[in-house]
Write a protein that binds this ligand. Sequence first.
Ligand code: SF4
Ligand code: URA
Length: 195
Amino acid sequence: MGKNEAMKKLEEKIKTCRKCPLGELRTNAVPGSGSYGAKIMFVGEAPGYWEDQKGLPFVGRAGKVLDELLAGIGLKREEVYITNVVKCRPPNNRDPTEEEINACSPYLDKQIDIIRPKIIVPLGRHSMTYILKKFSFEPEPISKIHGKIFEARTLFGKIIIMPMYHPAVALYKPQLREELEKDFKKLKETLENLS
Ligand code: SF4
Ligand code: URA
């Protein structure tokens, strides 16, 4: 099965999934969007209000920040792949529970297997924790490890993991927006230096 077919099948499965209680509460599941051939995969936490309305990731205020950060390094969202650890919106945007993360994360694992990105960028503490543990690294406070590079070995080659602050923090903390801009510059250099 090719990448396109495999991803389309998986997206259809996510859209009708009822593996955890969030499936009953959502308007739309949000599988992810972007290029299946992307070198960079961004992983947020869970859909919010607008994402649930539209069925697309990062289309609210945090999404606007993400678009600006991407534009700042000459990338369009169509060139990357954007998804979340949890695919349905938790009520009132609460944090997803461990049970919900356990039920949903196999979809993210499968997306990583199909897309085979060169770089994964976890956005925010929850996504960073999931991705680092998945690749056997120790999570640390996001204030300490944002912008650091982790190299994971997989069956299909090396993956670079670069955790960053969640773009939503830039909305109320201008210093963190600067940190995000610095980390995006480093992301661009890392992308350019890929072997
Ligand atoms: Fe299924 Fe994930 Fe939605 Fe739960 S959050 S119903 S596991 S797609
Ligand atoms: N915040 C997230 O973590 N993901 C989205 O898709 C939107 C906002």
